[in-house]
Write a protein that binds this ligand. Sequence first.
Ligand code: NAP
Length: 351
Amino acid sequence: MNIDKSKPILVTGASGYIASWIIKKLLQKGCTVRGTVRDKDNKARYQHLVDLTKKTSGKFEAIQADLMNEGDFDEAAQGCEVIMHTASPFIRSGIKDPEKQLIAPALQGTRNVLGAANKAESVKKVVLTSSVVAIYGDAADLSKTKNGVFTEEYWNETSTPTHQPYAYSKTVAEKEGWKIAEAQDRWKLVVINPSFVLGPSLTNRKDSTSIATMLDFLKGTFKQGVPKVSFGIVDVRDIAEAHIEAAFRENAEGRHIMVGDHSSLKGIAKKIEEAYPKKYKLPRNTINKLMSYMVGPMFGLSWKYVSRNVGKSLKFDNSKSVNDLGIDYIPFEQTIREHVEQLEADGLVRG
Ligand code: NAP
């Protein structure tokens, strides 16, 4: 399946942290991008993308579309060979109504965007931004794997609307994506499953969870200590690259775990301290499990979360992303250093 790079590419959630990097790289390749935003009048949210067209040979057009509105993506998909569906709410705190805030937009959004692909004869490839949390829900799930490592063959079977609702939203949305893709044979679905994404942002937005988490570290929110929980970590620029390779490589198919490194929360603090010695009030201690049970609820961590994640390790197999998409992962140290550098340069933390 040959993709004509001169045809427009539809990217949903254009103003987002990850989508902005995807669009930057597409514009640098001279592509024409149709980027969907929720509010076209709020130009501040996507001005950075318009500005990029002045420095590149690419073109950018903002299109208003909401995940919850059926038909919103239909016109924008016409004439595109590639759709990259990144838009989905990524929130981990302040969740009062998981169905309304997370599950419905993730699921309905997938139906609407992939429905638009079905209606546009031109579409050949859809790249869906899922997550590793569609593969596992809690670190404890690792004990159920055959070889003690998460691979693309696993699905998150432990998250529910009340326990890990964000992970649940990503799982049901990706499953729906495969169901819609398998019901037709004109376009191919390729899925990117990022772990926790860090690295410099192209905007000074603070409301994206990845950026807000890094700011929490730098502003001393965690200075009393952090629970011993681990994640996969990946650079935002590697995620953007993976989307583009998934779109343009003929043989790209299936799911792709994107994990550049593994780290605990304390491990992130250690990397910041190494790059910026004595500059920030970083957590130096790990809170033990008993303490995590006690203080967890203050950070929005339920007892169930603590029991199934604190003190448990994680392991991912990222070989498919390396072999099939050619990802050469940016080192964790560089991701952290350049993320802090950007936040300082944008005046979001004291430099
Ligand atoms: P982000 O900066 O918060 O971007 C999310 C995007 O989704 C925003 O552009 C937002 O639009 C859009 N969106 C949310 N609800 C919408 C709705 N109802 N209608 C239309 N658009 C809507 O987060 P991100 O980190 O870039 O996340 C992008 C994707 O990557 C998501 O699918 C997320 O689940 C996935 N992911 C992220 C990470 C990570 O660590 N960052 C890891 C794994 C997977 P507005 O600008 O209008 O709010």
